[in-house]
Ligand binder design. Structure first.
Ligand code: MN
Length: 400
């Protein structure tokens, strides 16, 4: 079994556009990038609707690929209906690239010219086929990849969500393994920097966050002609054989850790043993930092992870119930690792958008220091993902 260890999302307007019509969703194990098009902010609306459909949850039936494809078709219907109903929305559309980790497979659904990539062992493999004019010409052998990269019409896409009542969705499944890094991005990245540059950045940065920042910076340095969105996530072994994750690691310069000595199969005594071992090796526990004891830690603005618009729709649009499907991991007032249900926000007047869902038996001091910030970054997760991650934390199966 493979799990998402860490995920980041970054978006940037770029240097030439006035607004940002890209949207993304990070809801481990589900990830989405959508790049909207259409005048008068219609593109922003289209990409936002697409992301909202995924945020609301996938259909229960079918394979991972079928679930993703059905969500894409549903997003297409909604965008198309709105584009017909409102004059200023006419012709709006969006690309969409979605990826979902399912056991040891990554399911990918795709329409348009955003892209998915797998970075493994220092090399970058594209997982999606562009539905673009130049993409078709490359496939017909009429253009080389290099010519396509420079082609003046390279941003013309041949398939999108919104323009037609029905959309054809491409899906794939790829076997994945611990250490793999997945990238979803809008064409604002790939039209500005070459794939070998993307691979070089992923090889040379010390973590996903630094890699995402660097990719955006390089796209801007190359001109930043379009909105740039980058979603990165990294996989690790789920069942405790975290050595694999070390072995396959592709980001370099991560802090080394002692190889975990836990049994690969959890047993009831494992946690106590782990805690005893930690106590021996660490001496006194590291206290949680002052000022962070009262509330779950706001390590990163969640606005960077889920678009603010999605959050506002959920909160203001009577979507309170929808927020009850969302979970995140943090620490409670005593520094104990806790699963919260809801959104990691506190409104003025002290109204919390979250509640305690599960209090673990693990203090934040028992989590490997190198993993604390990623574990406590309040990424929104499914209940299953949050519970599975917390279980690994409790069993001491978190590597690095
Ligand atoms: Mn774009």
């Amino acid at each position: 079994m493979v799990r998402v260890a860490e995920a980041v999302a970054r978006t940037d307007t770029g240097r030439q556009r006035r607004g940002n019509e890209d949207n993304s969703l990070v809801r481990s194990p589900l990830f989405v990038v959508a790049d909207g098009m259409g005048g008068a902010q219609a593109g922003e609306v289209a990409s936002q609707i697409a992301v909202e459909v995924f945020a609301a949850g996938l259909p229960p039936q079918g394979s991972a690929e079928e679930k993703l494809a059905e969500a894409v078709r549903e997003a297409n219907r909604r965008i198309h209906e709105l584009s017909r109903a409102e004059r200023e929305r006419r012709g709006m559309g969006t690309t969409l690239t979605a990826a979902m980790l399912d056991d040891t497979q990554l399911a990918v659904a795709h329409v348009g010219d955003s892209r998915g990539y797998l970075f493994r062992g220092g090399s970058l493999t594209r997982l999606t086929r562009d539905h673009s004019l130049v993409g078709a010409l490359v496939e017909q052998g009429k253009l080389t990849e290099a010519e396509a990269e420079e082609h003046p019409q390279r941003s013309i896409i041949t398939r999108a969500l919104g323009p037609e009542p029905e959309v054809e969705v491409d899906t794939w499944s790829y076997p994945v393994r611990p250490g793999d890094v997945l990238l979803l991005c809008s064409d604002g990245l790939t039209s500005m920097i070459r794939e070998d540059r993307i691979a070089a950045v992923l090889s040379s940065t010390r973590n996903l966050s630094a890699a995402a920042d660097r990719l955006i910076d390089e796209a801007n340095a190359a001109g930043g002609r379009d909105n740039i969105t980058v979603v990165l996530f990294e996989l690790e072994e789920l069942d405790g054989s975290a050595n694999d994750a070390q072995e396959h690691r592709t980001m370099v310069g991560m802090p080394a850790v002692a190889p975990p000595s836990q049994p690969s199969r959890p047993d009831p005594g494992a946690r106590a043993e782990r805690r005893a071992r930690l106590a021996r090796t660490q001496g006194s526990p590291v206290p949680a930092e002052p000022g962070r004891r009262r509330n779950p830690r706001w390590a990163k603005p969640v606005a960077a992870l889920v678009s603010v618009s999605v959050v506002l729709v959920l909160v203001l649009g009577g979507g309170y119930l929808a927020t009850r499907q969302l979970y995140f991991i943090g620490t409670d007032a005593r520094g104990v690792m806790t699963i919260y249900r809801g959104l990691p926000y506190e409104l003025p007047a002290g109204i919390r958008l979250y509640e305690t869902f599960y209090t673990s038996g693990v203090s934040v001091a028992d989590v490997p220091a190198a993993r604390r910030s990623s574990l406590l970054s309040h990424n929104l997760r499914s209940q299953k993902d949050a519970s599975s991650l917390m279980r690994s934390i409790e069993l001491g199966q978190i590597s690095r």
